[in-house]
Ligand binder design. Sequence first.
Ligand SMILES: Cc1cc2nc3c(=O)[nH]c(=O)nc-3n(C[C@H](O)[C@H](O)[C@H](O)COP(=O)(O)OP(=O)(O)OC[C@H]3O[C@@H](n4cnc5c(N)ncnc54)[C@H](O)[C@@H]3O)c2cc1C
Length: 423
Amino acid sequence: MSEISHHDAVIIGAGPAGSAAATVLAEHGRRVLVLEREKFPRYHIGESLLPFTYGPLERLGLIGRMKDSAFQKKYSVIFVQPNGRASQPFYFFNRYDRATVAQTWQVLRAEFDQMVMENARAKGATVLEEVTVTELLREGKRVVGVRARHRDGTVCEHRAPITLDCTGKEAFGALRQGWRVKDPFLNKVAVWTYYKGSKRECGVDEGQTTVAFVPEKGWFWHIPLHDNLVSVGVVAEGKYLSRDGVRDPQAMFQREVGQNLWIQDQLSVGAQTGPYHVTSEFSFHARHCASEGLLLAGDAFAFLDPVFSSGLMLALKSGVLAGDAVHAGLAANDLSPARFADYAAGLRRGIENMRKLVYAFYQPDFSFKKVIDKYPDAAGDITDCLSGDVDKDFTPLWQKFREFVPLPDDLPLGAPREQEIIS
Ligand SMILES: Cc1cc2nc3c(=O)[nH]c(=O)nc-3n(C[C@H](O)[C@H](O)[C@H](O)COP(=O)(O)OP(=O)(O)OC[C@H]3O[C@@H](n4cnc5c(N)ncnc54)[C@H](O)[C@@H]3O)c2cc1C
């Protein structure tokens, strides 16, 4: 028989969502166990933070650590046409306080995720690395914990009244529940690598994220990191990137470098370093946020195309909110799925705002400039959404956008499973 341990909450995955939820629960005095398959520090893509990551980082007690870190400071985002013509930078400090929210960071995830995970440990969470969750344990329909394989090969049962799926885009629990829904429109491929010693801006613009266009609504991210490293990746439809039979990631990437003069110029000095990475099908949503004994957070709940770097902000925010909601449920001795309705509805509202911006971005004839030329005051709202201020009411902005492009309706997703059955 396998060993059994008991906790207030079991969290699968020690990425930003899982570690944030663990920190909050531990601070509330809860016995929380986090199971992480990898040994940290581990590589992860997703390096650009949004200003509105500030709130969750502050709640986790990490702002001081971030300020003292070597992470590259980021104040803006800029868009560059294939001919090298750049937009005005969208400076976050035109809208928010420069000393706090308006200054954010570009992070090497190996370092950032380890810091967030160690913080959960320091606050009292038990985090076990190199432990792979292989199964959700059930009693009837209720999830009562997980079965996991530890590094030494032993298989253990870790039981709790609630299990949080924070497994990122692998969405361990969501997949097993059959809850994963592809986004109907956002089906892209990304190829990326790193450059050392390539060109970068200076002063306040040194850490800006650049979104640089290639044909057919493809785009590069150019994210300056510390240690003179730059993360550069191209995102586009698979059939565009692989046109003329090109399948090799390096060949795909290097061909696109030639499609944007600004990217070509930035990478004309310095050296490419490390492997070329590829991923596809990275936008999806979970049909439900919770069922009896199970709750989703971070990418496991929803993940949007990375063009506006919303992933970490949403992962940290959902982790914090999930931690508070689970603590309240434990205190009330009621962890029924319905308790998580507000948690999910709030997250979905923010995701839908960001999703509208992403959909508009990918429409063939759309540009922010066209909207701002007609409605100069829209620049403020656009900057707010690009900053991750996604809980704001953007109805007036979307009305303006709809004069230029169709925008998607909200997806009727995310409600707790129980609630759907009742209604
Ligand atoms: C191409 C690309 C570019 C991106 N760029 C950005 C960006 O610039 N800015 C941004 O904010 N976001 C970006 N993202 C998104 C960002 O990477 C994610 O939103 C973020 O990592 C989500 O955090 P998480 O904690 O939900 O999941 P993760 O960070 O993926 O963490 C999940 C953890 O769960 C563990 N795990 C998985 N399965 C198991 C298991 N069975 N047992 C135990 N442990 C398990 C994994 O090892 C992992 O450590 C990008 C994503 C992609 C694909």
